[in-house]
Design a protein around this ligand. Sequence first.
Ligand SMILES: *Cc1c(COP(=O)(O)O)cnc(C)c1O
Length: 391
Amino acid sequence: MKKNITSYVMPTYGKKSLLFTKGKGCYLYDDKNNKYLDFASGIAVNSLGHCHPRLVKALNNQSKQLWHVSNLYLIKNQEKFAKLLCKNSFADKVFFTNSGAESIECGIKIIRSYHSHYKTGKNEIITFDGAFHGRTLGALSAQKNKKYSKGFGPLIPGFKKVEFNNKNKLRSAINKKTAGIIIEPVQGEGGIRPADLSFLKYLRDICDKNNILLFFDEVQCGFGRSGKLFSYEWAKIKPDIMAIAKGIGSGFPLGACLSSNKACISMTKGTHGSTYGGNPLAMSVGLEVLNIISKRSFLQNVDKVARYFWKQLKELESKYETIHEVRGAGLLLGIKTKINNLEFSEILKKKKLLNVPAGDNTIRLAPPLIVSYKDIDKSIAIINNVLENIK
Ligand SMILES: *Cc1c(COP(=O)(O)O)cnc(C)c1O
């Protein structure tokens, strides 16, 4: 007999104590029926909150018709969803995945295959400090962050890390071998650090001049979270490739890698695949999420609510010494604290405000995009109260 086993789940996520049994809109309920205001959203995943009636309906309807067929057959909603994604973005083609990391892997393959196709001899990809792209070996190699990659070496060669938001360092890092640049327009795990819009424009320019592909990781900051459908829109430029996931399914596992025709020239029959990617269940949900989020009035409202939230948080920043800085974009906001962020996060959780710690001593607030002014006020009252007691 094995002794003292409390869990058969591999303990990679550490100790857990909360058990949620029900979710509705911006609220989660635990097994003792305590109500929590969910500004974590499953780490920026539940874009339309919990159990949105239109998504429940879409998934239920699909689940009665057909769960899965392979990508050897046509999947009606896959074509429809891909078309809608392209119509609403820079992209010409979509590859469907099941997660953010898989979308990143696809993008890395697109970059390498493009340069292999044109025999440019380029195969190095530039990434940035503080970046997070997922947990696969390709993603770990890209972010070169020891916190995540320790013990998993050797990593994949061909990635070079450069200081975030530093034009000079970037310029000197580029050479004849540079094939692509991967960047999160707003770093999530790294501490909710937005790239300067002028930096993003600079990247576009330098990529154009040097036949380098620009790859945006919008897994966390995309899909309406910034107040525009994709956060690159704020910089008025377009990437060549973009990874998305998280908010795209509002909780249904789903991701995608979007590409221009130019970039994915070599992604032809047999070059890439996924058993589940683009599965009918996922497509029915994703399509409905995009139908809702891509509406102008929806995004305008996200922007308005986000600005309201921003203003309240900035007032707390000027009121309390404990706050070092409030930063972010849209409804992806970070509070950098002068106390330990993990402790701060826990205290807020005890006060029934769910949030997620991020790098650089921040806590992250990423409410569902359907959040109301009233719930924003409620969160501000909780944060204010906690800061008042820390003072
Ligand atoms: C979460 C995240 C990923 C990885 O997504 P998974 O679905 O966990 O594989 C990649 N990039 C960014 C920016 C993320 O926030």
